[in-house]
Design a protein around this ligand. Structure first.
Ligand code: AHR
Length: 499
């Protein structure tokens, strides 16, 4: 079977946004402690950051990093994490039933971000706290000096303000599991008040209101309507979170991108409904600030209980398969395809916790399977995202029927003179031929063609063997006379660069 694609640089969806390649560092499990931060580690620098993780973060090509949560932020006192380390309190983290020694706080994270070359996206606590604490944190972070909190930051070693632009107004406030969970109306009012104050301090901030924690939330849609009715003129983005799990039906698992696409279309409808009712000329866009494969119902996600409140326990340490990596590649394709409305996104999370990078305390760091499609897409997608005409065979499995077997997007960088096709074959069983009309680009040749697939799609990378299955050259990819053809194996992710 074949999938036919027509590509033309004239059909533009929007720019490739660097912020699509964001990630997330939460005080959760071993993401911070023994993840990004481990002073005793042989590669640690003098600030206690693991050099091996910094290097992998740069190689992953991460743009923004959301911090410090997640569910954690809804009980967080940011003041605990600043000032002399020996005076910082140990606090209970109720969200993950852990203890936090507060060795890392906003100043350490800002330092780490600078070293990693990423932009910080800060979340404020609208669970147990409110507008005043959010304003205090903003003053601490962004005012250069001459005020109580900014001088405190200077005394703590940071002369200049951090200039953090993106701020999340709370986290998953629609979720009953969230500390300080609210109704849409209660949250919308609080988010509006907080946004109003934050804008008085700095009108140029980019503010994200909490959207739904997923399409299956019973309040999805109505939540967006009510929250945006309160905040429409005060925020820039509404958040979306979505995780995918392999429940044993590979074909259904491989349809994750299709489900994300539907979720994005629904969110856009809910946003634009409010826009239309308000007769507003302003467009609110989506910050897809948590997305990934997360095998939530497996044991790895069970938080400690009872009197056990450990520091940095092993939590949510999912080990990913090649199939999971194909799904992650497809989700990134989906986010890019929707670049007109998805203006920012964060893979949740970065290290150890449902992450592309894994570490051993005191030991090795390695790449999970999901690292590869993310790193390659981040490195090579540039310029504009193109609207493709795709005719694909359909696949069905589990509860999903008639899903396009090929999910693809292309980017075109006129300056580099390079077009890149990213394509996933979602079929669990059948290889497909890609047949793309590319004559609108002139007489292009294949510069590089890589495919990530394996005979056993359940292969997993480990500390001992993370390199025996890697993206490999796809020798079948050929461009000739305005036609690009390539074999796409079942359960595969591919990137084909043309120039
Ligand atoms: O990323 C893990 C958790 O998933 C986050 O803390 C929360 O926001 C979401 O439910």
């Amino acid at each position: 079977a074949a999938a036919k694609i027509t590509m033309d640089p004239a059909f533009v969806v929007g720019p490739v946004r660097r912020r699509t390649f964001g990630a997330f560092v939460e005080h959760l499990g071993r993401c911070v402690y023994t993840g990004i931060f481990e002073p005793e580690h042989p590669t640690a620098d003098r600030d206690g950051f693991r050099g091996d993780v910094l290097e992998l973060t740069r190689e992953l090509g991460v743009s923004t990093v959301r911090y410090p949560g997640g569910n954690f932020v809804s009980g967080y006192r940011w003041e605990d994490g600043v000032g002399p380390v020996e005076q910082r309190p140990v606090r209970l983290d109720l969200a993950w039933h852990s203890s936090d020694p507060n060795l890392v706080g906003v100043d350490e994270f800002a330092k780490w971000s600078a070293k990693a070359g990423v932009e910080t996206m800060m979340a404020v606590n609208l669970g147990t706290r409110g507008t005043q604490e959010a304003l205090d944190l903003l003053e601490y972070c962004n005012i250069d000096g001459g005020t109580a909190f900014s001088d405190q930051r200077r005394a703590n070693g940071a002369e200049k303000g951090y200039g953090i632009k993106m701020w999340c107004l709370g986290n998953e406030m629609d979720g009953p599991w969230q500390i300080g969970h609210k109704s849409a109306h209660e949250y919308g009012r609080l988010a509006a008040d907080t946004a109003r104050g934050m804008r008085m301090l700095d009108p140029d901030l980019e503010l994200v209101a909490c959207g739904s924690s997923g399409p299956t939330m019973p309040t999805f849609g109505e939540w967006e309507r009510v929250v945006l009715s309160e905040t429409y003129d005060l925020v820039d983005l509404v958040s979306a979170h979505q995780y995918f799990e392999d429940f044993g039906d590979l074909q259904e698992h491989l349809a994750a991108g299709h489900k994300m696409d539907a979720f994005i279309r629904d969110i856009v409808a809910h946003i634009d409904h409010v826009k239309s009712v308000r007769k507003s000329g302003k467009q609110i866009n989506i910050s897809f600030d948590e997305w990934n494969v997360w095998h939530m119902s497996r044991g790895e996600s069970k938080a400690p209980s009872g009197k056990d409140w450990p520091v940095a326990p092993v939590l949510l340490e999912d080990i990913y398969t090649v199939a999971d990596a194909v799904v992650v590649g497809d989700l990134l394709i989906t986010l890019l395809r929707n670049t007109d409305r998805v203006h920012s996104a964060s893979l949740a999370q970065l290290v150890n916790v449902i992450a592309p990078i894994m570490t051993e305390p005191g030991g090795r760091a390695w790449k999970q399977t999901t690292f590869h499609p993310f790193a390659l897409t981040s490195r090579h997608a540039s310029g504009t995202v193109l609207q493709l005409a795709v005719e694909s065979p359909l696949v069905s499995g589990g509860k999903t029927t008639d899903v396009a077997a090929v999910s693809a997007v292309a980017t075109y960088d006129a300056e580099k003179g390079e077009a890149v096709v990213f394509a996933v074959n979602r079929s669990a069983t059948d290889a497909l031929r890609l047949d793309a009309a590319v004559s609108a680009f002139g007489n292009v040749q294949v510069v590089e063609a890589l495919t990530y697939a394996n005979k056993d799609p359940y292969w997993q990378a480990t500390a001992d063997d993370s390199t025996s299955v890697l993206p490999a050259e796809n020798v079948t990819a050929k461009a000739d006379g305005g036609r690009l053809t390539a074999e796409l194996p079942a359960v595969s992710w591919s990137m084909i660069r043309l120039a």
